[in-house]
Design a protein around this ligand. Structure first.
Ligand SMILES: NC(=O)c1ccc[n+]([C@@H]2O[C@H](COP(=O)([O-])OP(=O)(O)OC[C@H]3O[C@@H](n4cnc5c(N)ncnc54)[C@H](OP(=O)(O)O)[C@@H]3O)[C@@H](O)[C@H]2O)c1
Length: 245
């Protein structure tokens, strides 16, 4: 039985992961903004087999509340074996270009809050000498594109931060997983046209659980995104800047 903290638990992807963990009989602590949804989710996860399912509300942009949330989670679970950080926002790129404040707000949620939470979790798990920090990033962080570079910047910052954490914690028994989904059909992408490359939250969730179990470093989900992003990263900048992506 693992003791698992899920931050951004009401996200469609996180909920699908939590359902798999509940079915395996783990203890869950759910953190999100919407208390009613968290309460309903906790009840559902217990029916699905979770050993325990507690919850707490947090707006992750309230950085000053991160430490007390982590204290409460560690106390309720009796320690943390796995922490999944899943929250995120997909800002309107054009609106961010017009208004720098909007870009900064998106970066506060997608990058700064994640850096704060993952950094504090790292210190705790390092002391403990065990555990996994798993963070949902995105293929969008692998290369800046005109259509969504504010979102991509947040994900890229987190990916680099996690590389450093992984390097620091490798000898301390703590694994750090960067999860890079491609297009996933969730409320975040409700307004986008769907196509062949789209995945479901359930299939991505299966990949996340497996990657955590094998203590992977970086996982692309579905896996076909790894060669796609390798090819995209290899395009020379003098060519890439001319593309309408
Ligand atoms: N969908 C995709 O195509 C895709 C692709 C690559 C990566 N991702 C990443 O996958 C993760 C999960 O997203 P999703 O696709 O499952 O979308 P989602 O269902 O819209 O989930 C986004 C979650 O982030 C939470 N959130 C946003 N701002 C918050 C804040 N200030 N404080 C606390 N929680 C906040 C939302 O909470 P509320 O319910 O309260 O709004 C929601 O639970 C995100 O990190 C996203 O960037 C998604």
């Amino acid at each position: 039985m693992k003791r698992i903290l899920v931050i951004g638990a009401t996200s469609a992807i996180a909920e699908a992961v939590a359902r798999l963990w509940a079915g395996q009989g783990h203890s869950l602590y759910l953190v999100g903004r919407d208390g009613e949804r968290l309460q309903a989710m906790a009840a559902d996860l217990q029916v699905r087999g979770a050993a325990t399912a507690a919850w707490a509300t947090l707006d992750v942009s309230r950085f000053e509340r991160h430490a007390s949330m982590l204290d409460a989670a560690a106390e309720a679970l009796g320690g943390i074996d796995i922490a999944l950080i899943a929250h995120g926002v997909l800002p309107d790129q054009k609106a961010c270009e017009r208004d720098a404040d909007l870009a900064l707000q998106a970066l506060a949620v997608n990058a700064l809050s994640v850096i704060s939470l993952a950094g504090q979790l790292a210190n705790r798990l390092e002391l403990q000498g065990s555990g996994t920090i798993a963070v949902i990033g995105s293929v969008a962080g692998d290369r800046g594109r005109q259509s969504n570079y504010v979102y991509g910047t947040g994900k890229a910052a987190v990916a680099t931060f996690l590389q450093g954490l992984r390097n620091r914690l490798h000898r301390r028994g703590v694994s750090v997983l960067t999860i890079k989904p491609g297009f996933v059909d969730t409320p975040m992408t409700a307004g986008l046209r769907k196509g062949a490359l789209w995945a479901t939250p359930a299939s991505v969730a299966t990949g996340i659980v497996k990657a955590i179990e094998r203590r992977a470093d970086v996982v692309y989900l579905p896996g076909f995104w790894r060669p796609i992003m390798l090819a995209i990263r290899m395009v020379p900048e003098r060519v890439f800047k001319r593309l309408g992506l």
